[in-house]
Design a protein around this ligand. Structure first.
Ligand code: MSP
Length: 517
């Protein structure tokens, strides 16, 4: 693999970012940072989805224009991602001029091809999903199963995309490519949905919705949300319907993974694939549907009033950097399952894993190095230990989990390595060795731990870049190496640290932060 391209879902801007949106961007950023430790050319795309009835209505309710609402909220998403150290390469807004023009051309191409046709239609429209629902998909009360609301009955003339034409080819592709939909258990769900698939509406008359991209050949219709939104993944790279693609498209398409929530898997694994097939564009290598973040086990929703923003979490714990929240988010939901956020769980988890398990270990070991060896690494202490083998196997399994885009299991594997180092120090008890005069053995144990921490600073870097830097600074190692360059005995002989230079890498949440105020 020479290059890696990841996209996130683009968020609706009718509200502010919450920790569900943040979860997706955090795990995406962690995956991207991990791949930077493996390949040189890595690209991450994120952005905002700005057209549609929801934005139009929200703007009206707020007494503002859709464009003003989009500008304000797109900025609040950018601010949130800056706060969380999300290192995307490009932020696309579906109101960007180049995107709108390209979407219009895509639409015209599909029209010319006969894959889009006009049709009078009466259907049930869910503005939460921004799509028509099949009556078979409604729950027993006739509500949208995702948004819990009754869809609107709408009669209008729309353009339709001939999705049914591609049904068999999509089924074949999913069956022949087991890595296409991840995690694996989601593929059956999609195959079942494909059974009932119908052609999909891709435009709305301007008499009903005007906040959208106009159909070039029919100004009475606007291109509707999904064809507009999904196309961002290629328009951002400079896709051109006539084949004069930009350099980024040539370099990065097909995408390695579309990272999205489970609620929008159908749009990505069925609609988007049909559109790409119709355009004759290569298909994504995989689509990863992550689970949902619940709040105290409840679904987050405006009506329940339990929507939490990443900034609220950062402010209430007085966090000066996002490492703890990034780590917690990454490990709270295992491979595609739902996760949970509560202040209590957050505090307990990061205190246990980052402060006790990880930070204290480094702190104790460095203090012993100062106490017994004046902070110096002696040549006779430098050797591989049983922990060296554990480091190697951890690197292997971390890579394996990231091959499946499972940032949670990889994160736990990394913390397990810190656990193993803690057990090692407890068993070898270097303080007893020193007391018994076994000073050389004591030095070797301390070295084994510190060298493991050096590897850990590289492994944990995608999750906690600031903590990683503090570890690397104290161990005087380079944490910018590729994963395969993690070497045993990376810490060199000579003076490593003095008492004054030892600093905690992570302060426990609550008490110390509160005390420091
Ligand atoms: N605009 C569409 C996506 C278009 S992609 C071409 C959309 N926007 S959204 O704002 O509703 O959601 C954006 C992403 O956030 C989706 O992947 C969605 O699954 C995810 N999440 C929204 N709430 C979430 C949680 N509570 N937990 C985790 N992710 C959730 O859908």
């Amino acid at each position: 693999m020479e290059r890696f391209y990841l996209t996130t879902a683009i968020d609706y801007v009718n509200g502010a970012p919450h920790i569900g949106h943040a979860y997706e961007k955090i795990i995406s950023d962690i995956i991207v940072r991990h791949y930077k430790q493996r390949v040189d050319n890595v690209y991450m795309l994120t952005g905002t989805d700005e057209h549609g009835i929801k934005i139009q209505k929200t703007a009206k309710d707020l007494g503002t224009t859709p464009k003003e609402l989009c500008d304000k909220n797109a900025q609040s998403f950018k601010d949130a991602w800056a706060l969380l150290d999300i290192n995307y390469d490009k932020f696309i807004r579906t109101t960007d001029d180049y995107h709108e023009k390209c979407v219009q051309k895509i639409f015209e191409k599909l029209l010319e091809k006969g894959d889009i046709y006009k049709h009078s239609y009466t259907g049930l429209y869910c503005s939460g999903c921004e799509c028509f629902l099949n009556p078979k998909d409604l729950d027993e009360n006739g509500n949208c199963p995702i948004h819990g609301k009754k869809p609107d009955k709408v009669s209008e003339e729309n353009y339709f995309f001939k999705l049914t034409k591609y049904k068999d080819a999509i089924i074949k592709h999913i069956k022949e490519n087991p890595d296409f939909i991840r995690p694996y258990f989601r593929a059956n769900e999609v195959l079942n949905q494909l059974e009932n698939i119908e052609d999909i509406s891709v435009s709305r008359p301007t008499s009903n919705v005007n906040w959208g991209i106009s159909v070039l050949s029919d100004f009475e219709q606007v291109i509707y949300v999904w064809i507009d939104a999904l196309s961002n993944y290629i328009t951002a790279l400079g896709y051109d319907v006539d084949g004069c693609h930009g350099e980024l498209f040539k370099k990065y398409w097909p995408v390695d993974v579309h990272m999205i929530g489970k609620d929008i898997l159908k749009f990505h694994s069925i609609y988007w694939i049909g559109i790409l097939m119709a355009l004759g564009v290569e298909l994504p290598k995989s689509i990863y549907a992550h689970g949902w973040i619940m709040i105290n086990k409840d679904k987050m929703s405006k009506s329940t009033g339990n929507v939490i923003s990443p900034k609220t979490v950062m402010d209430s714990f007085e966090l000066k950097e996002p490492d703890a929240l990034r780590y917690f988010m990454a490990v709270t939901a295992l491979n595609g399952r739902d996760g949970n956020y509560s202040d209590e769980e957050f505090k307990e988890r990061v205190n246990a894993d980052l402060a006790n398990n990880f930070g204290n270990l480094l702190n104790r070991t460095l203090n012993m190095l100062v106490k017994y060896f004046d902070g110096e690494i002696l040549p006779q202490h430098i050797e591989e230990s049983e922990l060296t083998y554990k480091v190697k196997s951890t690197v292997r399994s971390v890579k394996k989990y990231f091959d499946e885009y499972d940032a949670a299991s990889a994160g736990l594997e990394i913390i397990n390595l810190a656990d193993a180092a803690n057990k090692y120090i407890a068993e070898r008890a270097p303080w007893t060795l020193a007391k018994e005069g076994k000073i050389e053995e004591c030095g070797k144990v301390l070295y084994a731990i510190l060298d493991t921490m050096a590897a850990l600073s590289v492994l944990i870097k995608p999750y906690c870049p600031n903590i990683s830097d503090r570890v690397a600074k104290q161990l005087k190692i380079d944490n910018n190496v590729k994963l395969d360059e993690i070497a045993s005995c990376a810490i060199k002989q000579g003076k490593l640290i003095s008492k004054e230079e030892i600093e905690p890498v992570f302060l426990r949440l609550d008490s110390e932060f509160a005390d420091k105020k």
